[in-house]
Design a protein around this ligand. Structure first.
Ligand code: KG4
Ligand code: ZN
Length: 354
C-alpha cells in the first residue's frame, strides 16, 4: 500500500510517499519520495523557532511540496493519485503548526476518498530507526527488535527513555525534568555565540577541540548522573555555562573547549542513564531516535554501551535523524487501525505512552 506522510510539528515542512508491502521477508518499504523544506534560515535571526512564522511557511509550502512528491513518485498531480492513506503528525509539537498539517491531510483524504491516520511524532522517530537498507538505494526492511527494547528519544523538545515490551506499546520510564537534550545544545550554543540550531554547531567545534587535543580546565557538571532514577535534568548545565562564560571574551579555542565539554557532559549523562535502564529492565535491544542522534560522538558512545551489553543498537540513518515525513508515513502504516474520519485534533503535548 502507498502512504503519504505529512510532518509540520515544528520548523520543517515535510512530505513523503512510501510503498509498503508485507511479504515473507517481513515489512518492506520503498521510498518513492521524501522531501523536507527546512525553515532554519528564516528562524535563525530569532535564535529559535518563531511559531507564527513557522505556521505561515507550512501553509505556503504544503501544496508545492505535495506536487514535488507526487511527481517524484511518478503520480499524477491533477487526477487522484494511487495513494491508499494519508498519515499526519497529530502531536507533540507546536499546536498551530500541527493544525496546518492536519487540516491539509484531512482535505486531501476527503478529496481522494482515503483514510487519514493521526501519528505520534515520537513514535515516528522510533520506527524510522528500525529501517535497514536492502538492495537498491530506496529499499528498506523493517527490523523486528529484540524485546524488551529500550528507546532513547533525544530531540529539541524531548528527552525520554521508553520501555517497549511490544512494538506499538510504549511506557516512559525516565524523562527530563526541565530542558530537553536538543534544547540544551541549542541554548548553550547560543551562550557561546553560535547560531541556531546549536546541536550541529557544538558538535563541529567539539570535534575541532578533540583534533587539537584541548580541554576545558574546569569541567562542567553532569546533572543527575548519580541519581538512582532514570530522569534527566539539563538546565543546570546551561546555567553553569552561562556563569562560566558571562562577561568573558571567548577566544575561538575557548569556544571549542566549551563545545567539547558540553558534548561530553551530555554524552556522559545519556550513556549512564541508558546503562542503568538496560540493567534495570533486562533490555535486549536499544533503539535511538530524535534529531540529536545525528550527533556522531553520541552515536559512537551509544554503540560502545550496546557492545558492552552485547545487545543490538538501532540508529536512524543520519539523514532520517532530524524531522522528516518518512517516519510519519511509516508510523501511519503501523497505526492503520487508528483510521480517523475528521474528528481528531492537534495535541501539542501528546505523550507516546498509550
Ligand atoms: O527531532 P528534531 O529534528 O526536532 C524535534 O522534534 O525537536 O530535533 C532537533 C534537535 C535540535 O535541538 C538540534 O540542535 C538537534 O536536534 N541536533 C543535534 C544535531 N543535529 C541536530 N544535536 C546535536 N548534534 C547534532 N549533530
Ligand atoms: Zn522530532
Amino acid at each position: 500500500m502507498k502512504i503519504l506522510g505529512i510532518e509540520t510539528s515544528c520548523d520543517e515542512t515535510a512530505l513523503s510517499i512510501l510503498d509498503i508491502e508485507e511479504n515473507e521477508n517481513g515489512v518492506e518499504v520503498t521510498v518513492l519520495a521524501n522531501e523536507i523544506l527546512s525553515q532554519i534560515e528564516l528562524h535563525r535571526p530569532y535564535g529559535g523557532v518563531f511559531p507564527k512564522l513557522a505556521k505561515r511557511e507550512h501553509q505556503k509550502n504544503l501544496d508545492p511540496i505535495l506536487k514535488v512528491v507526487l511527481e517524484k513518485a511518478s503520480f499524477s498531480t491533477t487526477e487522484k493519485p494511487p495513494i491508499d492513506a494519508v498519515a499526519v503528525t497529530q502531536g507533540p509539537g507546536l499546536e498551530m503548526c500541527l493544525w496546518t498539517g492536519i487540516v491539509f491531510a484531512k482535505e486531501l483524504a476527503e478529496k481522494w476518498k482515503v483514510p487519514v491516520i493521526p501519528v505520534n511524532h515520537m513514535e515516528g522517530h522510533i520506527l524510522v530507526s528500525l529501517m535497514r537498507k536492502i538492495g537498491e538505494a530506496s529499499q528498506y526492511i523493517i527490523i523486528e527488535p529484540e524485546l524488551p527494547a529500550l528507546s532513547l528519544l533525544i530531540s529539541g523538545g524531548h528527552t525520554e527513555l521508553v520501555l517497549i515490551r511490544k512494538v506499538g506499546k510504549y511506557e516512559i520510564i525516565g524523562k527530563t525534568r526541565d530542558d530537553a537534550v536538543g534544547e540544551c545544545f541549542d541554548k548553550t550554543a547560543r551562550l557561546l555565540g553560535l547560531p541556531y540550531p546549536g546541536g550541529p554547531e557544538i558538535s563541529k567545534f567539539a570535534s575541532e577541540a578533540r583534533k587539537k587535543n584541548i580541554t576545558l580546565e574546569k569541567p562542567l557538571p553532569r546533572p543527575m548522573i548519580d541519581s538512582k532514577d532514570l530522569d534527566f535534568s539539563f538546565s543546570g548545565l546551561k546555567t553553569s555555562v552561562l556563569y562560566a562564560t558571562k562577561d568573558k571574551n571567548l577566544s575561538p579555542d575557548d569556544i571549542k573547549k566549551y563545545a567539547r565539554e558540553i558534548e561530553e557532559a551530555i554524552t556522559d549523562v545519556i550513556t549512564n542513564k541508558v546503562e542503568k535502564a538496560i540493567e534495570e529492565y533486562s533490555i535486549e535491544s536499544l533503539i535511538i531516535g530524535g534529531g540529536v542522534i545525528a550527533n556522531t560522538f553520541i552515536r559512537s558512545a551509544l554503540q560502545k554501551v550496546a557492545d558492552s551489553f552485547d545487545i543490538p543498537l538501532y540508529l536512524p540513518h543520519i539523514s532520517h535523524s532530524t524531522d522528516n515525513a518518512l517516519m510519519i508515513a511509516l508510523a501511519g502504516y503501523f497505526n492503520l487501525k487508528n483510521k480517523h474520519s475528521k474528528d481528531f485534533k492537534a495535541e501539542g503535548n501528546q505523550s507516546i505512552s498509550k
